[in-house]
Design a protein around this ligand. Structure first.
Ligand SMILES: [Zn+2]
Length: 352
């Protein structure tokens, strides 16, 4: 969750990100909706859309939650948990397993067993490198933490598969084809975290593939909802509080500085039970509660807000990614490294 990339610069090429006045609409859930939530790490699906998921189930719909990575490279948290600076691959693997288990428990609580959960088990920090540099199984991304270039977790359904971008894209398309969602929630490409922003791009690619392969739009055009977890340090308000603060009666709108382009901000209002369940579901993520409990709790609000995209916004993403890949090739002698960025950004001088 730490790697910061220059998406602000790169996204200048995205025409959808032109500045425009924004408005807020209320997000209503119809009978028997089908919701797909795409999460880069275990807990993002709950932070972004737990209330929405619960309402969809209450109204006779179905929910599929796709957790792409195991979140196994949260170096600071593992160091803190284990009380040591030098970490071995087994430490990262154990942490990843713990987080995947937490996802299972969280989904079971929120959906009383009716949420379909896909734990893909890719390595933490792999999404952006897979988007830019690792597109096929002969050149998979190798985790600099676990040391694996294939998915190692028994808990992951794709265990043993090479960690490459083509595979992730195809997995997402397969899920969309199976679910035929009426609602898709996924990270905004403007997120200030490489896994989040990278998954936002993969989501746009996969949604476009699905539209193309089903001969343009399916009979019911899905609502495309992007969420925001990581932004500037003071977002969301209360995240940096030293003591737990109950913000559940306060709204959390998308930040003013976030370019809302010509899109609409759409917010879902949680009832009392949904807020309670969201908090209880987040408590299942004990590893994250230990590391950043106040950050998690700052998302338990009376609403969940998204930017609503439309079908046009999924087009031309392929060309943008190709452009990024070409640019990246110039730096192939210096592979993308989460570890070095971590050390640089967080001044973890003692790590290694
Ligand atoms: Zn995350």
């Amino acid at each position: 969750m730490y790697l910061k990339v220059l998406f602000f610069v790169l996204l200048n090429s995205l025409s959808v990100y032109s500045q425009a006045a924004s408005s807020v609409e209320s997000l209503n859930v119809q009978h028997a909706e089908r919701l797909v939530i795409l999460a880069p790490h275990p807990d993002d699906e709950t932070l972004s859309a737990a209330g929405l998921a619960h309402r969809v189930l209450e109204k006779g719909g179905s929910v599929r939650s796709v957790v792409v990575t195991a979140g196994d490279a949260y170096v600071e948290a593992i160091q803190h948990d284990l009380g040591k600076k030098r970490l071995a691959p087994i430490d990262f693997l154990r942490y990843g397993k713990e987080r995947l288990d937490e996802s299972r428990h969280a989904a079971n609580l929120l959906g009383k067993g009716s949420i379909k959960l896909d734990l893909l088990g890719f390595p933490d920090g792999s999404i952006y490198p897979m988007l830019i540099s690792h597109w096929n199984n002969s050149n998979p991304d190798k985790s600099e933490f676990t040391g694996f270039s294939h998915i190692p977790y028994i808990e992951a359904e794709d265990r043993g598969h090479a960690q490459d971008g083509k595979f992730l894209r195809e997995e997402l398309v397969k899920i969309l084809k199976e679910m035929k969602p009426t609602l898709i929630a996924f990270p905004d490409v403007m997120e200030n975290d490489s896994d989040h922003a990278g998954l936002g791009m993969f989501a746009l690619l996969a949604i476009n593939d699905w539209f193309e392969q089903t001969h343009k739009l399916p009979s019911v055009e899905p609502r495309l909802l992007t969420y925001l977890i990581h932004w500037k340090n003071d977002y969301p308000s209360g995240a940096n509080s030293q003591i737990p603060v109950d913000l559940s009666n306060k709204p959390l709108f998308l930040p003013d500085e976030l370019s809302l382009r010509h899109h609409i901000q759409t917010c879902f209002n949680l009832n009392v039970l949904e807020k309670h369940l969201k908090r209880a579901t987040l408590e299942k993520y004990q590893s994250q509660q230990r590391a950043m409990g106040n950050f998690l709790m700052a998302f338990v609000r009376r609403n969940e807000c998204f930017t609503r995209l439309n079908e046009k916004d999924t087009q031309n993403i392929e060309n943008i990614v190709r452009h990024w890949q070409q640019t990246r090739k110039k730096f192939d002698a210096n592979p993308i490294s989460r570890q070095y960025v971590l050390m640089d950004n967080l001044k973890l001088k003692n790590y290694e």
